[in-house]
Ligand binder design. Sequence first.
Ligand code: ADP
Ligand code: MG
Length: 257
Amino acid sequence: MTAPILEVRGLVRRFGGVTALNGLDLTVRRGTVTALIGPNGAGKSTAFQCISGVIRPDAGQVVFNGQDITGARPDRVTRAGLVRSFQIARGIPRLTVFENLLLYGPAQPGEGLASAILRGPAARRREEELRERARAIAARLNLARVLDNPASALSGGQKKLMEIGRALMAEPKLLLLDEPVAGVNPTLAAEIAQHIAHLRDEGMTVLVVEHHMDFVASLCDPVIVMAEGRLLAEGDFQSIASNHQVQEAYMGRRVHA
Ligand code: ADP
Ligand code: MG
């Protein structure tokens, strides 16, 4: 069996008196679309932030692709191939979709458009590669038609797709998606699920936080459930849905919400 792409061990993160992560262990196997679910306040977003280097854990370890990246800064984590897309699509509104994608090509210091032109053929070739990559990603996400439109003119669902596209520009081995279909209509949610399934079929690994259980049921295996900052259960959707502890964790929260 090949080593998992991501191993999180004993992750702890406190915010003042609140313990958001309380010894979280989780493993993501290669080639899966793994869901991370749990009631509000379970610590899912904090887990994503610790894994992607946005915040540092107080204790514990994050091993990605055999490399200890605990506490590493986001740019280093991204370069290692672990790329996070944000819950709120945040492209730069006045730039076109194409330009938004280009901004997130693999980071190469000094390789902006201007320096590429000044620095001659090799750099220009690289710039052309990035453009090709942006076009290919737009085509696969059904964004080719709107490539030259400003990002501000996109529908909500198209913004979500552009956000996934931006993450893909960074050539991820593991893609973290925080609520990729929140606020999206069911038709488009199904389309986004298909795009993610295709990425998986091509060998990418995806870890996704999502509240829409139709989406999780149709796409994700395994499903990891968090509650109160730690792992509560893991299994396929059916076993999770019929798990009493999981049901209680959701109920308990709803009562207090
Ligand atoms: P989830 O994404 O599962 O809803 P979060 O990771 O956002 O959960 O939050 C876990 C707990 O940590 C919650 O009690 C939340 O209020 C708290 N928390 C998260 N981020 C912060 C922060 N920046 N400052 C203070 N408390 C936070
Ligand atoms: Mg959250």
